[in-house]
Design a protein around this ligand. Sequence first.
Ligand code: G4P
Length: 541
Amino acid sequence: MATIYEEIHSQVEKRRTFAIISHPDAGKTTLTEKLLLFGGAIRMAGEVKSRKAKKFATSDWMQIEKERGISVTSSAMQFKYQGQHINILDTPGHQDFSEDTYRTLTAADSAVMLLDAAKGVETQTIKLFKVCSQRGIPIFTFINKMDRYGKEPLDLLEELELVLGIRSCPMNWPIGMGDEFCGIYDRQNHRIEMYRQDGQRDFIYPDQRGVEDPSIRDVIGDSLYNKLCEDIALLDIAGDPFDQEKISQGKLTPVYFGSAISKFGVQTFLDEFLQLAPAPHAHMSSIGPVDTVKTAFSGFIFKIQANMNPAHRDRIAFLRVCSGKFERGMAVNHVRSGKKIKLAQPQQFLAQDRDIVDEAYPGDIIGLHDAGNFRIGDTLCAEGSFKFERLPQFPPEHFARVINLNAMKSKQFQKGENQLVEEGTVQAFRTTDRTADLILGVVGELQFEVFSYRLKAEYGADIRLQRLPYQLARWVAAENRIEVSKLSNLSSLCVTDQDDRIVVLCESEFALRWLVEKNADLTFYASAYELDDHHELSNAT
Ligand code: G4P
């Protein structure tokens, strides 16, 4: 009989947990849907035909997402394919993104970077790429929409290097594009996959001469054949060779071409991705790396979301399992509070359906019902009391004063505000004067809209947001809190954050420099973490 370690080990090896990063419209929804289809997760095949149809697609939970056709919140989906358990973390694709996106990436072991062949590397992709690249996770590139005319494939590879600074290794190579798109030459398996729009697969296997096999010419015609031979010869000589180690370190990205809308190239991509992408591995913690197999169940919360299902007013904390075996009903240590918590009704997500899970293994994402106990970044562990590395924190760059338009609904307003702040979609500050006005800080401006919308839709509270001119926030270490009020002036405002730390909001770097010079006795920190570290250090000495 397999020991528990053997069981966990074999489950870990079967798991792949990744995020798809892309710019809006590159085809992320389409690709996600096709991937889910392979796993039989979505029974009804059907392309994303229109924005209207997209309303019902996969991971769009919130009304606002549906209306705007964008994915505002990140979600997690699991499907099985050929014995593997695949967890896809959905990251919001809109230009204005939030900390949520970044945090979701901390739960991924690898990333799929999806590009539109006509647009190449776009702004949102650059931002998301940077976060993945800082974490050193492997990044796989899928270049989409080859059925349309786009940039030259060689130019796209160059763009990856020039714009993102990553070397690439094309695993397959397109034959033509747009109306002339014939298929892809698979450099690993030495075969041609002929383009078909109906989702069926059709291969040609050249003889030992590979791409030089003249019978290919008969199928694709002279001009595409000549170009294919030239391109492949060039890649063989001048391109980066396949190097698994570099891929694992995120220094080389394997590149695949395809057309998600017709499923073309998607299965080949999925098959190879599953072989090359890493299984879950040890996460860093306060006691060092946490072994996925030998450490009892542990995980961290990377996202909290309320009211996913308006019919049940619930709040779900998303936990990434990092080690051991999770079993329903188990009692675990909630490290921040020091309390034991019973995890009674964990859920897993499959497109829009939720299932109760009885067990989960490292790499899995489970949703925990949350009565307000959890915070983003919390560690849960069955044994001991260690903490996983802190999730990255991003200072807000946009600020607005919140005016409650309906005093009769102030209770609902309060409830909604607390909830949304705890979800981490916005940061809340209070002015230090008697009015204690609520000021919101966000990383991406869209969060203001999401905040107003959700307050109204979920709590019935009407608000107006008065935009403020501040652009940066600094946390201040001060012995004397009264003295700090002098930080407010024409171009800065003194406030407190959710945990009552002193924060100053400034209109510009210039205004901040002025404050720093005038207040040499105070220390300014770029984040709450930095301030807390400072306090921990000074308490320790
Ligand atoms: P997103 O989630 O990244 O924002 O992109 P989404 O999948 O919604 O795709 C954006 C648009 O690109 C959609 O078209 C979709 O049909 C189209 N698309 C996705 N993959 C491919 C592909 O491989 N080839 C081609 N030609 N188009 C693709 P739309 O105009 O926004 O909507 P509609 O055409 O479906 O009405």
